[in-house]
Design a protein around this ligand. Structure first.
Ligand SMILES: C[S@@+](CC[C@H](N)C(=O)[O-])C[C@H]1O[C@@H](n2cnc3c(N)ncnc32)[C@H](O)[C@@H]1O
Length: 435
């Protein structure tokens, strides 16, 4: 009998569920000749060279190699040229074809015979029974991880929620139970919605409604929060951007989007479950598992800001992006006249010295200020144009050009936070501070 902790989060069940993925990674690396190539080369190799040597895709090979490192079948060394991979001792002995103790042939038998079902998985046409099994399978994970991803952020301010690609509705059910004032609409393809209504969500669950639609081709109704749980990992970056841009457009100002995904470490060194899922995505979809920074970038590209990431320590994590609910005040500096003053978007002019004070009072909670300035390098060594402007300031005003750190300090002193700096490569740069 396991401890209470085991029952709350059945680590062992999760491990066993992933067992077949582990085997397939090992078999595939054997089949492609990864261990043979590394043994023959006599020195560690970068993933590109391994991919080229084995006529494989660089992206697929990198993920396979990283998963093998996670499984201790390969070792990786970070050098100035990048990551270099080599066999571990056990792989040299058992996984190379030429070793007297090689297990290569039995593995090929396992891989090509025992895994026939797995090979057909990508092409499986879901009959009703298969679809039901798929939806029940997707649902089951939320009984162990649902509460963690939904409680990662306080979602109580969002009353009107759409669960895009909400499937069998288990996460929607967790959501209304955790946030009793919310209503959740499950948006999914018509056949999936029909099945969810018939099999998983009873009509008595009044806080849950349904919307039949295709999120790429049909409209997405307005809501305060959109949940995209295990959706983006199915798609390539272009499709993700397309979907998120649509969600951003539909989202009420002040609303947001909650991504529920299994996050890779930033250096992609793990967690091993997520590396394995990423291999699974390669087999079954056009998607992949991503890091928090990669998801943040996708959200930012769609217009979302104030992005927060919470790792739950379980299989799935949460990333929240918000849609600004205010008009950003744009400050424009003029080179020749008004040097000591700024002009706001609504044509008000203020002395530079009052700017941060002004916006600290003006900006709504959740609001911010965008400084548009020509930024000096941190050591003030350039750019030469900005140095010249600074001389100009000396002649004409009481001001000066500043570094990004100096502007950040001014913003911080006024109470702004989450300060982001973007150099444009042109004359003017942008610094965003949030209230
Ligand atoms: C991996 S499942 C995730 C299900 C659910 N969100 C969860 O976390 O358990 C992906 C879901 O997206 C839905 N889906 C895929 N393409 C879709 C589309 N174009 N429009 C709406 N839903 C879609 C699928 O039917 C499926 O329910």
């Amino acid at each position: 009998m396991g401890s209470t902790e085991d029952l709350d989060y059945p680590q062992i069940i999760v491990q066993y569920s992933n067992g077949f993925l582990i085997s397939k990674v090992m078999f595939t690396a054997c089949e492609l000749g990864v261990f043979d190539l590394l043994q023959e080369s006599g020195k560690p190799l970068p993933s590109d060279a391994i991919a080229a040597g084995l006529s494989a895709s660089t992206m697929g090979m990198k993920r396979l190699l990283d998963a093998c490192v996670g499984l201790k079948l390969l070792a990786v060394e970070m050098t100035q040229e990048g990551a270099l991979y080599r066999n571990t001792e056990i792989s040299n002995i058992y996984l190379t074809k030429s070793s007297p103790k090689s297990q290569y042939h039995i593995m090929m038998y396992y891989s090509n015979t025992v895994y026939l079902c797995w090979q057909y998985l990508a092409d499986a046409v879901r009959s009703d029974e298969e679809m039901l099994r798929f939806m029940a399978g997707q649902n089951s994970v939320w009984s162990i991880c649902g509460r963690d991803v939904l409680a990662a952020f306080d979602l109580s301010p969002f009353m009107q929620i759409y669960d895009l690609g909400g499937g069998g509705g288990a996460l929607a059910q967790e959501c209304v139970s955790l946030y009793p004032n919310s209503t959740v609409t499950i948006y999914d393809l018509p056949k999936v919605v029909q099945m969810a209504k018939e099999q998983f969500v009873s009509p008595e669950e009044h806080q849950i409604t349904f919307h039949e639609g295709d999120f790429f081709n049909d409209s997405i109704p307005e809501a305060e929060l959109y949940i995209l749980s295990k959706i983006l990992h199915d798609w390539d970056d272009d499709k993700c951007k397309q979907l998120l841009a649509k969600v951003y457009k539909a989202c009420k100002p002040g609303g947001g989007v909650l991504l529920v995904e299994s996050l890779l470490n930033e250096d992609k060194s793990g967690p091993v479950e997520t590396q394995l899922y990423s291999i699974n995505m390669l087999v079954q979809t056009e998607g992949k598992e991503r890091t928090a920074a990669e998801y943040s970038k996708l959200l930012e590209a769609a217009g979302f800001g104030v992005i927060q990431v919470k790792r739950t320590g379980k299989l799935y994590d949460a990333v929240l992006g918000r849609k600004y609910d205010f008009k950003i005040h744009i400050l424009a500096m003029f080179l020749r006249s008004n040097l000591s003053h700024v002009l706001t978007e609504d044509k008000r002019v203020f002395p530079l010295m009052d700017v941060t004070k002004l916006f600290a009072n003006d900006a709504k909670l959740g609001g911010g200020v965008l400084l548009v300035e020509s930024l000096l390098n941190e050591d003030k060594s350039g750019p030469v144009e900005t140095q010249l402007y600074s001389m100009n300031m000396l002649v004409q005003t009481e001001g000066k050009e500043r570094t990004a750190a100096e502007y950040s300090k001014l913003l911080e002193a006024a109470g702004f936070g989450v300060i982001q700096v973007k150099r444009t490569g042109k004359l003017y740069d942008a610094v965003l501070g949030r209230k």
